[in-house]
Design a protein around this ligand. Structure first.
Ligand code: S3P
Length: 433
């Protein structure tokens, strides 16, 4: 993909459905009794992987435009698949579905593409084995074969990594356990599973110390769900508009779940002109609009030497960190990101792939085992960039390329389809040269 520099971003955008929420809505609807209609289901390849796995488990799913209609299989209606369950690039599909499969009375095998096949699964193997399922992997990596056990044994699980995927996996396994399953979360991660449990009427308690409990086994009824626009996809447009002076962008119908909006909060705290209007809860998730005016001034005096992003901020910014590093090249003082070694275990090693692309554009970057530091107020130059097969790296550097002097080329830009197939078309419609 060739990207020429832009003068500004101008216009309105409606984002496709949120990827994290779509996975969960489809899985919950598949386990419910009755028919659920999910509107604004994400058109991404990852969310198609979830639907394809559910179909192989005997769930009937029809598509109607951007809606999907799921005939729930109920608490014991999933069938043994005749083939392996291919999750493509999607870590959420594999890790969340594993929690469901652990509680079935059949065996199944989850596989993925090259990137997913090198991602760590020990984090879900451990709790699911404690619950009595038998899991086989290639040294903690996919393919993952799960011999389910029905019912599972309930456990109290203190999460060693801050991960919404692990939390969701154990909570979903808890639906098929005999007794109380508890998950202890020390660092806040996205809470879509908790909200979805509530929406489908499954009793769940949350204590002040962050312990989530479910009393299994649970059966629940179907319910329609509407998926808000994806704030993590919107983040790329928001960042582009914030970095290009005189921009004017309005994003409508976007999810504003507080566990997902830290990126916007962060840009505001860095002095960017962004207005967020919460328009209430649409069902189970807050939704609203975001208005951005390009106001970044590289001439403004630097209030701080460098902005430090670390600790419990990391889990709340996890998908936006490469983009934040790109923004860091433009703000006074630059940005340092630490405590973020989880980034090395995403669709690519996002510390390394971010550093390589930033260096290609002439940024001053230092790489650490757990993060990076980038110098601010840098005029990026057009360069040959690479997505390294990672959708968020492709989009973060498409945004960087808009602010550069000279043309850029991104190899492997088609990776955007994993979460945001319309990204380049939408961006093109908003860009003024
Ligand atoms: C996701 C959780 C995050 C995130 C991923 C989607 C989810 O992963 O990076 O894109 O839907 O639960 P971890 O919570 O495992 O870090």
């Amino acid at each position: 993909m060739k990207i020429t520099p832009a003068r500004r971003i101008n216009g309105r955008a409606q984002l496709p459905g949120d990827k994290s929420i779509s996975h969960r809505a489809a899985i919950f609807a598949a386990l419910a009794n009755g028919t659920s209609r999910i509107t604004n289901y994400a058109p991404s390849e990852d969310c198609a992987s979830t639907l394809s796995c559910l179909r192989k488990l005997g769930v009937s799913i029809q598509s109607e435009g951007s809606a999907v209609i799921v005939q729930g299989a109920g608490e014991s209606g999933l069938r043994a698949p005749s083939d392996s369950l291919y999750c493509g690039n999607s870590g959420s599909t594999m890790r969340i579905l594993a929690g469901v499969l652990a509680g079935q009375d059949f065996s199944s095998t989850l596989t993925g593409d090259d990137s997913l096949s090198s991602r760590p699964m020990q984090r879900i193997i451990e709790p699911l084995q404690m619950m009595g399922a038998v899991l086989e992997s290639e040294n903690g990596k996919p393919p993952l074969t799960i011999k389910g056990r029905k019912p599972l044994k309930p456990i109290r699980y203190e999460m060693p990594v801050a991960s919404a995927q692990v939390k969701s996996c154990v909570l979903l396994a808890g639906l098929n356990a005999q007794g109380r399953t508890e998950v202890v979360e020390r660092e806040l991660t996205r809470d879509h599973t908790e909200r979805m449990l509530k929406w489908f009427g499954v009793p769940m308690e949350k204590s002040d110390d962050g312990t989530l409990s479910i009393d299994g086994p649970v059966s629940f009824s179907a319910r329609d769900a509407s998926v808000p626009g994806d704030i993590s996809s919107a983040a790329f447009l928001i960042a582009a508009a914030a970095m290009l002076p005189d921009s004017n962008l309005e994003v409508e119908g976007v999810g504003l779940n507080p566990t997902r909006t830290m990126f916007v909060t962060m840009l505001r705290s860095l002095g960017m002109e962004i207005e967020v209007s919460n328009e209430g809860e649409e069902g189970f998730e807050p939704i609203g609009r975001v208005r951005v005016k390009g106001s970044l001034s590289t001439e403004a005096p630097s209030p701080v030497d460098s902005t430090m992003v670390r600790g419990n901020l990391i889990a709340q910014l996890i998908d936006e960190l490469p983009l934040l590093a790109v923004v860091g090249t433009q703000i006074a003082g630059g940005i340092e990101i630490r405590d973020a070694s989880e980034l090395r275990r995403k669709e690519s090693d996002r510390i390394s792939t971010t550093v390589k692309n930033l260096q290609a554009m002439g940024a001053e970057v230092e790489e650490f085992a757990d993060g990076l530091r980038v110098q601010g107020r840098t005029q990026l130059r057009g360069a040959k960039l690479n997505s390294y097969g990672d959708h968020r790296i492709a989009m973060a550097f498409a945004v960087a390329a808009l602010t550069a002097s000279g043309d850029s080329e991104i190899a492997g830009a088609e990776a955007v389809a994993v979460s945001f197939p319309e990204f380049f078309t939408l961006l093109e419609s908003l860009v003024e040269k």
